[in-house]
Design a binder for this molecule. Sequence first.
Ligand code: SAH
Ligand code: DHB
Ligand code: MG
Length: 224
Amino acid sequence: MSQERWSAVDDWTAAMLGGDDAALAAAAEASARAELPAIAVTPNQGKLLHLIARIQGARTILEMGTLGGYSTIWLARALPPDGRLVTLELEPRYAEVARANLERAGVAELVQLRAGPALESLRALIAEKAGPFDLIFIDADKQGTPEYFSAALELSRAGTVIVTDNVVRAGAIVDADSGDERVEGMRRFHELLAGEPRASATTIQTVGGKGYDGFTLALVEGEP
Ligand code: SAH
Ligand code: DHB
Ligand code: MG
């Protein structure tokens, strides 16, 4: 099976089931025009995040890695009118593009975007007692994922769902000596989960418009 076929299936199923709409497409276009890297979730992955949030009845969401706000819009749209979403982005220029996209999509009121290194923002959120969040999406730099997951646990309650993106890396996750710090980050993340009694998790491999990758779904079970 080829990338061409994976992309064709993504396009066809998204067109059938509602992958994205004008506001989301506009956000993707504005991000491309501003030359942001083309690494946002696909329309079908965005809808999966949206559905997970709704299934869970999430009222508070935390996201690490905003980029142009494409996944942020999908998640924010799952919130009730009094819900809130905090999203963390390192690059001020990306954050500006995201702010405009969130505004255009009509979700800016629900979203607080914090620019700066995610770890610093997470420490501030913990100090402010901003948690617990119902749903947490980890999608920033891949080498930082273990630390982000530990911080996410501190901002969780029993029942919090933590979704982590890009954990499979075209299968490289099984290479113990890949030499790629992003792969090593995802291996350490799995080691952390394996020894973590407060979370139950599984990793699902995916193919689609963004190639071969996967995500980890974790449920927080005890009071951290
Ligand atoms: N969630 C987005 C894609 C995020 S891409 C979507 O699917 O639409 C990963 C993002 O993480 C990039 O925008 C990158 O600038 C940001 N990032 C990288 N290192 C970071 C850090 N240390 N703290 C916060 N964000 C970081
Ligand atoms: C990268 C980041 C992502 O969030 C993603 O979905 C794909 C790739 C990256 O930094 O390479
Ligand atoms: Mg990602």
